[in-house]
Design a protein around this ligand. Sequence first.
Ligand code: FE
Length: 251
Amino acid sequence: MGEKRLYDRDGHKFVLLEGFGGGEMVPTNQVLIHDGDEAILLDPGGHKVHYELINAISSLIPINQLKYLFYSHQDPDIVAAVNAWLMLTDADAYISKLWLRFVPHFGVDELMINRLKGIPDEGQRFKLGHSELIFVPAHFLHSSGNFQVYDPKSKILFSGDLGASIGPDYVEVADFDAHIPYMEGFHRRYMPSGHANRQWAEMVSSLDIEMIVPQHGAIFPNAEMSRRFIQWVAELPGAAESMKATYAIPA
Ligand code: FE
């Protein structure tokens, strides 16, 4: 586990908290963005991660400045500890409106249910301290209600499951071609739609991106690696289209 300040200038911080989880749990990255006296935590993680993370965050900021939680989608490695986070902080939690009535199955106390906020399909601009973030639509990458976060100050895109790599022993991608095998199996199975892949690549090409940080594995630490990754996604076939042969009743 480690903490990496990917950006820290003029009262604006983008901090990567990496390598949480482990054992049978797929390791996860968490991100804390802090501006002025407000912070948002991206993809807070499951129960075990919660305990380790709360300590790590408390050493960075007064915990009462954690005003927002962001959930890229509804998977357990992201949402499972939502009730604990809501109990422990005063933060509001943002997730695609598609999942608002599903997340409470993780057990959200009735008193806190109105702090779960739905993000509309088209995404939104989001005020944090003196800065503004963008909740970028990334539906079907891989969840049907799915968002990423772009931070215009640091020019970093948090990409959720898109860009995930399983197993590399480095934190920053230095050789894109050598990195592909760590991403390929996951993306070819979890990203359903080649059409969505291409549309996403086209959309984010209009953003000025210095870095891409996924929820699992190594980050793309500069503009060139980010560009290579976006290009790779543009050509990535969708799982639903490539798996036609598996739609057969098992013998
Ligand atoms: Fe997921």
